[in-house]
Design a protein around this ligand. Structure first.
Ligand code: MIC
Ligand code: SF4
Length: 644
């Protein structure tokens, strides 16, 4: 039987197990990436391992998230990251060089390799034919230490692209179509592998837009073949030597095959508050628009922004719209500038930011009350823009550009313009001076630690029983943005006690006080969740801060992959309900007891939860490998590694 791209790359990197979907495997990690908001904690954890150098082929530390720098905290974190990179053999992409996923695609990604990143959009590099996976910072620290990465061997869904996109329809519409088909839940443990004649018609940045937003479906990653188009892209980046062909065998078998005809796709939009709520742009046309944001780590490439510049050349932004651009990288900005396109964008009325996450994560450019904000970024979760009452719609750059001209949502095909075709450059202008190489005298490098940086909190081993209170009961599709907001709160990422004050802030701002009181009274906090708990980001603070507040278990209908791994890494057990009615019969404030949990886990027995308030009991599932059980029994990954 022939092999898929996924199987080929994973088998080449297997350290434990076989390619058997559903079983736990361990793979060697060739490259890692971190960004500053997750990176500080990851490097503190790496330092705690006591190694003198990273053991990967390549590790890059990017500074792109916390760049607003109101106060000393983030500047101090950046200096810490720079000193750690110099000492331990890590490359540092300085603030101003670009957003990690775009820069990694341009300068470092290699077909056929594995990449692990402390950011959920790490799969962007799958556009180059790599297996690129997002994970919590602690998993990245462990991978930098040369340990393999454990994951559930994925099922492979082939997305067979046919035909060719019509004018004014682009890669964002393709991935929104994928989100319409697969939704944001129920895809845990799968990989989307793209192929077919249609895949050949897409450039690398278009492929990367599609793999980037696979994260919203909850898949482990998404991957495209590495072909002649990939070779041309790497050549234009001066990296032809990094190219290898990666393709599936013609008789490769897949767990599922879905055909998408590119020529049938029309401009689409994700409406509030989920990237999985899809409508056609036509259905929404005429809606008044207050803000248009183009860029972030999706649709911020040279090709995307050049297309926008050509649509907007000589025109002005509608007076009721605030127009923001976050370019993907310094390289994108410099190449636009050389073509005169940067001037065209400024002349339209664009507010061009540094090449950073910015508006996407809500730490700047928050829109007005009840705004309609059209964005080419990848997430429109409730509250993410920093304005609770705002409504975010995700669209292609073409739709966003058309709407900023008219002040209303409009299908770009109705602009009455010829579609500007942008060719990929044969050679990009490249200047890597904002990427710092590690020190040649690492022993002489002193690590800088500002007052914002505390030691990561520790956790005791799992207690004999869990006995406590349901501090909060939430519904389906709770994202890590609900659990711990980013935006203006993100500057406290290196200070866990302070950041913990904002746990569940946007859902219930009494959570912190109540959870602290329960913890201080010697009881445990327990969270109850619905389907697909922990969607979205890889931020381990969504587990680390609850751990600090004494949360010992989360019982949900189902979990998303990265968050469930993060819970285990921080000693919080993820348990799943067996029936809907067990979920229905629990309320916030109920006293629960999970007797003999240590013993039950060790002996692999059924786990019973007693609801003391309701006088009922029910059984819950735990799907844990022996390794995961041992991590939980030790109280989390750091103690588990120390014990080993
Ligand atoms: C996001 O898009 O939500 C983030 C901010 O990039 C996160 C990482 C973080 O919270 O630091 C992600 O996607 O993993
Ligand atoms: Fe940054 Fe937004 Fe991309 Fe996350 S999704 S890496 S916040 S640009």
């Amino acid at each position: 039987m022939g092999k898929s791209i996924t199987q080929k790359i994973i088998e080449k990197h297997l350290v434990e197990g076989n390619f058997e979907p559903g079983k736990e495997i361990a793979i060697k990690i060739d490259q890692t990436l971190t960004q500053d908001a997750t990176g500080t904690m990851a490097y503190l954890q790496f330092e705690a391992m006591g190694l003198s150098k990273v053991k990967t082929e390549l590790s890059v530390s990017y500074i792109d998230h916390n760049t607003i720098q109101v106060g000393f905290e983030n500047a101090d974190d950046h200096r810490y990251l720079q000193s750690v990179a110099a000492k331990y053999g890590i490359l540092l992409s300085r603030a101003g060089n670009g957003i990690c996923h775009q820069v990694h695609l341009e300068r470092f990604g290699k077909p056929g390799k594995t990449l692990l990143g402390s950011d959920s959009h790490t799969p962007t590099a799958g556009g180059l034919g790599m297996i690129a996976i997002g994970a919590g910072g602690l998993d990245i620290a462990v991978a930098m230490g040369g340990e393999p990465f454990y994951l559930t061997c994925p099922k492979v869904t082939k997305i067979n692209l046919k035909g060719k996109l019509k004018p004014w329809v682009s890669a964002k519409d393709v991935v929104l179509k994928v989100l319409e088909i697969f939704t944001t839940k129920g895809n845990v443990g799968a990989i989307f592998e793209y192929g077919g004649e249609g895949a050949k018609t897409l450039s690398v940045p278009e492929r990367a837009t599609i793999t980037n937003m696979g994260a919203e479906c909850g898949v482990t990653t998404s991957v495209f073949p590495s072909d002649e188009t990939t070779k041309q892209f790497l050549k234009a980046q001066g990296r032809e030597r990094d190219w290898t062909e990666v393709k599936a065998d013609p008789d490769a078998e897949y767990d599922w095959v879905v055909d998408i005809d590119l020529s049938e796709i029309v401009p689409l939009a994700a409406y509030p508050h989920s990237p999985g709520n899809i409508k056609t742009v036509k259905e929404l046309s005429g809606m008044k628009v207050n803000q248009v944001c183009i860029g972030s780590c999706t649709n911020s490439s040279y090709k995307d922004l050049m297309t926008v510049a050509k649509i907007l050349k000589g025109k002005k932004v509608h007076p009721s719209v605030s127009f923001v651009i976050s370019p993907g990288s310094k390289q994108v900005i410099e190449n636009l500038a050389k073509e005169g396109a940067l001037a065209d964008l400024y002349s339209t009325g664009a507010r061009i930011t540094e090449p950073v996450c910015g508006f996407c994560i809500g730490n700047s450019q928050s829109p007005q009350t009840e705004a309609v904000s059209i964005r080419t970024s990848n997430r429109n979760f409730f509250g993410r823009s920093g304005t609770k009452t705002a409504n975010l719609y995700l669209t292609s750059p073409e739709t966003a550009a058309a709407s900023l001209l008219t002040g209303k949502m409009i299908d770009p095909r109705d602009l009455g313009m010829d579609y500007p075709v942008v060719e990929m450059p044969a050679k990009f202008y490249i200047d890597d001076s904002m990427i710092l190489l590690p020190s040649e005298t690492p022993d002489a490098v002193k690590i800088y630690r500002g007052p914002n940086i505390g030691d990561p909190p520790s956790n005791p081993p799992m207690s004999a029983d869990i006995s406590g209170v349901v501090t909060i009961k939430v519904g389906d599709k709770i994202t890590t943005d609900h659990i711990i907001p980013a935006g203006s709160r993100m500057k406290y990422r290196s200070n866990v006690p302070k950041y913990s004050e904002f746990v569940f802030e946007i859902v219930d701002d009494t959570f912190y006080k109540r959870a602290s009181e329960i913890r201080d009274s010697g009881k445990h906090n327990i969270i109850v969740g619905g389907l697909s708990y922990g969607q979205g980001s890889s931020r381990e603070h969504a587990a680390l801060c609850p751990m600090f507040l004494g949360v010992k278990a989360v019982i949900a209908k189902s979990f998303e992959r990265i968050h469930s791994a993060n819970l285990i890494n921080f000693g919080i057990i993820p348990l799943t309900f067996k029936t809907e009615s067990d979920y229905d019969q629990i309320d916030s404030g109920d006293e629960l007891e999970i007797p003999d949990i240590r013993k039950v886990l060790s002996e692999n027995k059924p786990l019973i939860v007693k609801n003391l308030t309701k006088g009922k009991q029910f059984e819950v599932n735990y799907e844990l490998s022996e390794r995961q059980k041992n991590i939980l029994l030790a109280g989390g990954m750091l103690s588990y590694i120390k014990n080993k």
